[in-house]
Design a protein around this ligand. Structure first.
Ligand code: ATP
Length: 247
């Protein structure tokens, strides 16, 4: 049986500052309950693709000028990031973006701003601590004094506080030691399996991403140049030669 498509990106073009054409017709599908990865080098357009989906382009003076984006069959290009969170789509931005002066727990609680039910918020917090035991031990530490790995976990944990069905994860491995990257990816896999969160991640670390993803899209200069099941991409000679050394 083929799984349902949660996100369908169809031929999108993105222009920054009215003139810089960055995405030149990108199409991809994210199947329900799977982990899909957008791969490729610096500047290929991975972040822009994620921002287009979660409607975070405006702040960067970017806009989708062609194509369509659908969430379970509904067009979403005109929804705000907050609307999308309410519909279960949340983005974890590159560079982690924790509030440096807040504690880990306060950071996590900023993810529940849309909710008022105290019991539900407490249950969500417990869920996050269950997946990220490291965050529990660091709950009263100021984010600024925690490690890069803990900050990445905090950013994912905060997104998890919104009860998402789809998480867009931008470059989770960035700046982290290999062992920590592995720890983060193991948790992503866990969330995928147990919480049924569907993931679309952007990664330069092709090797690691293809070990955990079900499906991969390789981007170059604003286009998808190759796609396939992760296992097939891992064994593909071109992928091995050009991408697997990266990250
Ligand atoms: P990275 O891993 O470095 O983030 P990426 O694959 O995510 O790379 P993007 O960040 O999407 O790539 O950038 C794609 C292209 O768009 C790059 O050439 C970049 O310089 C350009 N770009 C990104 N943001 C802007 C912006 N706000 N204004 C103008 N150009 C931009």
């Amino acid at each position: 049986t083929t799984p349902n498509i949660v996100l369908n990106v169809n031929g999108i073009e993105v222009i920054y500052n009215h003139v810089i054409l960055v995405l030149k017709g990108v199409s991809l599908n994210v199947p329900e309950g799977k982990i899909a990865a957008v791969l490729g080098g610096n500047g290929a357009g991975k972040t822009t693709t994620l921002r287009a989906i979660s409607n975070l382009l405006k702040a960067e003076r970017g806009e989708v000028t062609k194509g369509s984006i659908e969430l379970r069959g509904d067009r979403i290009e005109n929804l705000t990031p907050a609307d999308l969170v309410n519909r279960g789509v949340v983005q974890v931005m590159e560079g982690r973006h924790c509030f440096a002066h807040l504690t880990i727990e306060e950071n996590l609680l900023t993810g529940s701003y849309t909710r008022t039910d105290k019991g539900e918020i407490a249950a969500n917090l417990e869920k996050v601590y269950n997946y990220f035991p490291r965050l529990k031990t660091r709950r009263t530490s100021q984010a600024a004094y925690t490690s890069g790995g803990e900050q990445q976990m905090c950013a994912i944990g905060r997104a998890l506080m919104t009860n998402p069905s789809v998480m867009l994860l931008d470059e989770p491995s960035m700046g982290l030691a290999p062992q920590i990257v592995e720890e983060v990816f193991e948790i992503v896999k866990d969330l995928n399996t147990k919480e049924k969160v569907t993931f679309l991640l952007a990664e330069q670390n092709t090797n690691m991403a293809l070990r955990y993803a079900d499906y991969g899209y390789i981007m170059e200069s604003g286009r998808i140049v190759m796609d396939g099941a992760a296992a097939d991409l891992r064994n593909n000679e071109d992928v091995k030669e050009f991408y697997l050394g990266m990250g």
